[in-house]
Design a protein around this ligand. Structure first.
Ligand code: E4P
Length: 222
């Protein structure tokens, strides 16, 4: 399973990259705003900065336009920024048309804001490179987000769609584990959820014991 980090924070992206497990980055307009990044030139430069940190990974950059011509214009400009850019397009009618256009032109896309199997099926048929079901936001409204990933996995496997399932809106380590069990191709989540996978009290306890025993043996041999 590929690990993407869901942030526009350069320090966090660097930290995940330094860990050696990062396969890509997803951003969205809210995450960019959270980092105080606004204005066309600053936004474009920020995407390039992200690509230069996550050198071998895919970086999703989202269009703001919601009309077909606008999505095409913005998407082409984003794709021209760097080879690693994947154009993030919302699951709306104009977005589906634009995904087909981008796919025919060899521009990679991430279809975002997906909340149902039907939407995921349409995204795959339009040729999206990635589909992003938002599992945390489904959980927020008492609907099983992980179950949606399972449904999409079944549908894509039935027909051999190449679109990668990118489990988005991941909130905690159990989401990551459940997505891995089900066979999501990618997960994107905050650094905290990724780092939480490291943690186990028996690891901490075991390490403390090993180090204490090592010290004791060293003292005894002096
Ligand atoms: C996905 O690409 C989105 O950026 C993201 O995962 C949304 O997550 P949230 O529901 O935690 O805002």
């Amino acid at each position: 399973m590929k690990f993407f980090i869901d942030t526009a924070n350069l320090e966090q992206i660097r930290e995940a990259q330094d860990l050696g497990i990062l396969d890509g980055v997803t951003t969205n307009p809210s995450l960019m705003a959270k980092e105080g990044i606004s204005g066309h030139d600053r936004v474009m430069k920020h995407y390039v900065d992200i690509c230069e940190i996550c050198v071998d990974g895919d970086v999703s950059a989202e269009v703001i336009a919601t009309d077909y011509d606008g999505i095409i214009r913005e998407g082409e400009a984003l794709a021209a920024l760097h080879a690693n850019i994947v154009v993030k397009v919302p699951m709306i009618k104009e977005g589906v048309k634009a995904i087909r256009y981008f796919s025919d032109k060899g521009i990679r896309t991430n279809c975002t804001l997906v909340f149902s199997a039907g939407q995921a099926l349409l995204a795959a048929k339009a040729g999206a490179s990635y589909v992003s079901p938002f599992i945390g936001r489904l959980d927020d409204v008492s609907t099983d987000g992980v179950q949606l990933i399972e449904q999409i996995r079944l549908i894509y496997d039935n027909y051999g769609f190449n679109t990668e399932i990118l489990a988005a809106s991941v909130r905690h380590p159990m989401h990551i584990i459940q997505c891995a069990e089900i066979g999501a191709d990618v997960m994107t989540g905050p650094l905290s959820a990724i780092l939480a996978l490291l943690k186990h009290p028996l690891t901490d306890h075991g390490l403390a014991q090993f180090l204490a025993d090592h010290r004791k043996a060293a003292d005894a041999s002096r």
